[in-house]
Design a protein around this ligand. Structure first.
Ligand code: SF4
Ligand code: SF4
Ligand code: FES
Length: 246
């Protein structure tokens, strides 16, 4: 028999001076293969057209549907209700600016982070559009591609204790982004250049290493390996700096 699901959903519209943060409950009959995407759309269509939440691709690609699902950040379009109890609590991702209800602005956070880490290839070479494409060995290309799979959903940031305490912390997504350029042979930045970005509490030394980020990443990025790699690399650079100055 189909279950009756109870949804407890955070409601607040910061644009409306009359609005106050509160939880609101909705009841919905479960259907086969129901995802939270389907459930939220049905609630909006059948019960409350003012409910705000974000979706684009419905396929775990755009990263826009991140929310806290029964206490754990995750993608709503990738979460089946059959994997959840019959009472489901949905909250917006913390850390990011609230747009309304379950909708948050991850875009501004990621744009600022990309500016901070200078998320582009740094090279002194002059671009020649007529030149043949430079070759890269397969292993390196695959390693870069692996880290480039981040969909900017913000789940790792929402799960991160340091990001909750330090608004300037780069988070696992930011550190992963730097790691991606560190292994890219086209980027001519030195280890010292990367140290300027990462070698502080805003970067790798602010990370507490408890790996909630890795636990919740819906794309299963190798965040644990990345954080370990960056910590070793930046630790060695810090020692070189210390002894170099003596
Ligand atoms: S391991 Fe580091 S980046 Fe990941 S959640 Fe913990 S503090 Fe945040
Ligand atoms: S690293 Fe994973 S959890 Fe973090 S933003 Fe990218 S895809 Fe989302
Ligand atoms: S709607 Fe695109 S990831 Fe969920």
């Amino acid at each position: 028999m189909a279950r009756s699901l109870k949804f407890n959903i955070f409601r607040y519209n910061p644009q409306d001076t009359e609005s106050t943060p509160h939880m609101e409950s909705f009841t919905l009959g479960e259907s086969d293969s129901m995802t939270l995407f389907i459930a939220l759309n049905r609630i909006r269509e059948e019960q409350d057209p003012s409910l705000q939440f974000d979706f684009c691709c419905r396929a775990g690609i755009c990263g826009s549907c991140g929310m806290v699902i029964n206490g754990r950040p995750g993608l709503a379009c990738h979460t089946k209700t059959r994997d959840l109890p019959d009472e489901i609590t949905l909250l917006p991702l913390p850390v990011f600016q609230l747009v309304g209800d379950l909708s948050v602005d991850t875009g501004s956070w990621f744009r600022e982070m990309y500016d901070t880490v200078e998320s582009w290839i740094h090279t002194k070479k002059t671009f020649d559009p007529a030149a043949p494409e430079e070759r890269m060995d397969n292993d390196t290309a695959e390693a870069i591609y692996e880290l480039d799979r981040c969909v900017e959903c913000g789940c790792c940031i929402a799960a991160c204790g340091t990001a909750r305490m330090r608004p300037d912390f780069l988070g696992a997504a930011g550190l992963n982004r730097v790691g991606r350029f560190l292994i890219d042979p086209r980027d001519e930045r030195s280890e010292q250049d990367y140290y300027e970005i990462l070698g502080n509490d805003m970067g790798i030394f602010g990370c507490m290493g408890l790996l909630a980020c890795e636990d919740v990443c819906p794309k299963h990025l190798p965040l644990q390996d990345q954080l370990g790699f960056l910590r070793r690399k930046m630790g060695i650079t810090a020692l070189k700096n210390f002894f170099g100055k003596k």
